[in-house]
Design a protein around this ligand. Structure first.
Ligand code: AMP
Length: 191
């Protein structure tokens, strides 16, 4: 099993790099943002619970997120490992993930954190909003709120993994393939 957390602020390129990493290492992609958007499209109860938080750029409550991740991990019985994308976003989620991995007889191997400055992130998100129609990517004020939420609630998660030597910072600006190489060099040096 290889279990990786791909970490970083909104717009850091987690989704793009996850798609490439799952192919190379034969992993299961678990993006909580994608799962919520799927629930919203399907009109499920969970989607209704998540939508107002997402539209405002705030975090969905931990209990809702953790329950959804547990279900997904437990259903993927044949998986060779996971790339967690956009999760965990709070220390409570990180603790729940560690417990879940332990129950599964595995562990988080590393957190790869994509480092990108906020002006570049803002540019990328507004551009993505034009293409995808994502409401939370279209309004600079909502985007700034997501950066604030990231800085206040999510960055402590990096410290949580840093404490056990599992955090690796990766320069997230420049050519997509070059960033991918930086990620794979880091992974291959550890596994
Ligand atoms: P993302 O696609 O990762 O940018 O997530 C979009 C939105 O979904 C976020 O702004 C949050 O409202 C919600 N969300 C996604 N993942 C989480 C999480 N792990 N914890 C809380 N809220 C989340």
């Amino acid at each position: 099993m290889l279990n990786i957390i791909l970490f970083g602020p909104p717009g850091a390129g987690k989704g793009t790099q996850s798609e490439k990493l799952i192919k190379k290492y034969n992993l299961t992609h678990l993006s909580t943002g994608d799962l919520f958007r799927k629930h919203i499209t399907e009109g499920s109860d969970l989607g209704r619970q998540a939508q107002e938080f997402m539209d405002a750029g705030n975090l969905v409550p931990d209990s809702v997120v953790i329950g959804m991740v547990e279900e997904k991990v437990k259903n993927e019985t044949n998986s060779e490992g996971f790339i967690f994308d956009g999760f965990p976003r709070t220390v409570a989620q990180a603790e729940a993930l560690d417990r879940l991995m332990q129950e599964n007889g595995s562990a988080i191997d590393m957190m790869l954190s994509l480092v990108v400055d906020e002006e570049e992130l803002l540019k990328r998100l507004l551009n993505r909003g034009k293409i995808s129609g994502r409401v939370d990517d279209q309004n600079p004020e909502k985007i700034r709120n997501r950066f604030a939420v990231y800085n206040n609630e999510t960055t402590p998660v990096a410290e949580f993994y840093s404490a056990t030597g599992k955090l690796f910072n990766i320069e997230g600006v420049g050519d997509i393939d070059r960033i991918f190489s930086r990620l794979t060099e880091t992974i291959d040096a550890i596994v």
